[in-house]
Design a protein around this ligand. Sequence first.
Ligand code: ATP
Ligand code: MG
Ligand code: MG
Length: 597
Amino acid sequence: EAAKPSHFIRQAIEHDLEKGSYASRRWGGGPGDGPHHQAGAPDPAKIRTRFPPEPNGYLHIGHAKSIWLNFSLAQDYGGVCHLRFDDTNPEKEEQEYVDSIREMVHWLGWSHAFADNPAQPGVPQPHEYFASDDFDFMYRAAEYLIEAGHAYVDEQTPEQMRAGRGDFGTPGTDSPFRARPPAENLARFREMRAGQHPDGAMVLRARIDMASPNINLRDPTLYRIRRATHHRTGDTWCIYPMYTYAHPIEDALEQITHSICTLEFEDQRPFYDWLLERLTEGGLLVAPPPRQYEFARLNVGHVITSKRKLRQLVEERHVSGWDDPRMPTLAGLRRRGYTPEALRLFAERSGVTKTSNAWTDYAALDAALRETLDPHAPRAMAVLEPVKLVIENWAEVFGSDAHLEPCHAPVHPHHPELGQRPFMLGKEVWIERSDYEETPPKGFFRLFPGNKVRLKYGYVIECLGATKDEAGRASVVRANLIKDTKSGTPGADSVKVKGVITWVGVADGVSATVNLYDRLFTEEQPDAGGRDFLSVLNPHSLQTVQAVVEPSLATAQPEDRFQFERHGFFVADRREHQAGAKLVFNRIAGLKDSWGK
Ligand code: ATP
Ligand code: MG
Ligand code: MG
């Protein structure tokens, strides 16, 4: 394997490993023993990273990058990566999302990689955590902060608090509640928890610095009152921690060493460090604390990743659902046929930098797909826009119109061990409509009256012309077969041709529904500059055709992937395709990049 490209996060990890920064870490056991494990054997895992999605929607292509980064770093440095559900926001979170996130991380090939299951030794399971499992600890930590004078209950209105926070360049002003003594704050906070105050009546705030140039340090909110049923803790709590408060604590309790996030959180890092320092000082956490590192999020051309906008696409039925093969969700990319290998290669190539406005071309994903699939995908012939071709001299050559001539092609041109695909050539075959032209344009070497072409893996034929329908389109193309030119026989080269066309026999071809996709948006940055992204939806992003495919495809299983010769890479749809009954294929990507051409 080629050396992995280095980047600033790798350098930080290597530096910490060399210095033994986290050598004193203790780790109590595997998953399932709860996250409070700051005692136990020295941690042999060296580093711990985490992928911390909020279970409020489906994962998308940007998450694939974060998943790749966190899990692959843990793997490369002999560490562990946690899957953490950051479920501190009860209104928007649901079990359905938890399940789908877990499924997608697993699909990408990571979730079960690094943990032994204590209940079933030898059966690995993910290191999986829920922020909500730490609600008790977070509450205790908040009481500690209050007692130590680091937090206070603020009863101002949200508007007053916003005004008091000031602005860039304008220092904030102290809340009248800021100087309240700890004992009073503690009593108030306990009342908040006991449900004695309505939602929004007051919040718990850190007491840091109202004049800080970093607005995130101007006494950020730690807890709010919210009467909402949580998907795991039910109605146990009517106060919930803010994400910015919960996240560092989760990292510390899980003994994360390198907490990797996107650049938007750079300004939160001082608070992250402040909070963990205070709690370590108070003996609630052990040193050394985790460190936060920020990298530029993945932006992909012609794709939107905002959960709100993706939801709008689904709810307004611009797409068929969250797993519509045009959606940039991992469920959609999977259904479209993209592979975990391709997504991983794509993520790896997009790089780990701090350049915030970088865009990655969608074509890079298709390139990764082709590169990883081409070496092993079985080949097949498919005719996507079929028109019938009749070989008029068939009986003359083979003795009977009913004769079928066996032909074959390699399953993969570079893997003879994969064997051959058998199919039949007969008097009638399906060819692509675009392979016939009555009056050929310059450079057209396929079927036109008087021209000879090879039916791939079959014989050379000479075109006689076509019968037309009322609309003037070819309804049947006519040809004669040239004897002794069968592929793989000594006479194959006796007649030179410039064109080779793919085909499927009428006798053994199988009909299939084929979905041909194009990008969902016509603009590279669909929501740039406040534009309504719906106004740049591509009306031709899905074209469904009735195709005819070679018989080897009749037994394809859902999610089997193929290269259809000349047409690109296709997958048997994981939802609608049924082997032997109803064939449905999705085009993943063409054979080469044809976007914008
Ligand atoms: P949204 O803002 O749409 O709700 P999110 O980014 O907040 O999405 P989370 O579920 O909180 O979604 O994200 C989980 C992890 O994935 C976070 O660590 C986040 O930084 C990372 N992530 C999300 N989007 C991207 C992206 N485009 N590129 C890289 N990492 C990303
Ligand atoms: Mg988030
Ligand atoms: Mg978010």
